[in-house]
Design a protein around this ligand. Structure first.
Ligand code: CUA
Length: 137
């Protein structure tokens, strides 16, 4: 019985490590920085941008983000109140906005278009209206 338990545990640990390796594009968690309270878009150079996104009931700021085609964007995300979701259409981005926390992910926009950002975590009566967009052209 002990051996079976041990083998099951080993398999469990292995599957966790395997999943971590496989999904290494998962959002990073960064230590919360008090200076990051205002939403903004920083242009580092022509192809590199930073978006400091702030979620709150029931909106994302900035709500319209203009990016040139081919740009790589670091998205930093936090919340001013409850937990919100942050999903970018067509980009397989799936983050949580959490108060007192910063999540980060990097997305490259190779094709022009309007990419809808939606909250996919239920956050109250205005949840379904909680949207923003990335405009790539
Ligand atoms: Cu914010 Cu749902």
């Amino acid at each position: 019985v002990l051996m079976i338990t041990g083998a099951t545990l080993a398999l469990f640990i292995f599957s966790i490590l395997y999943a971590r390796g496989k999904y290494n594009d998962a959002p990073e968690c960064l230590p919360f920085d008090k200076t990051y309270e205002t939403p903004k878009v920083n242009k580092l150079d022509d192809k590199t941008y930073q978006v400091y996104a702030v979620a709150q009931m029931w909106q994302f700021q900035p709500s319209q983000i203009y990016i040139p085609v081919g740009a790589e964007v670091d998205f930093f995300l936090t919340s001013k109140d409850v937990v919100h979701g942050f999903n970018i259409a067509e980009k397989n981005v799936n983050m949580m906005a959490v108060y007192g926390n910063i999540n980060k992910t990097t997305v490259k926009f190779d094709k022009p278009g309007v990419y809808k950002i939606t909250c996919h975590e239920y956050c109250g009566v205005g949840h379904q209206n909680m949207q923003a967009e990335v405009i790539v052209n």
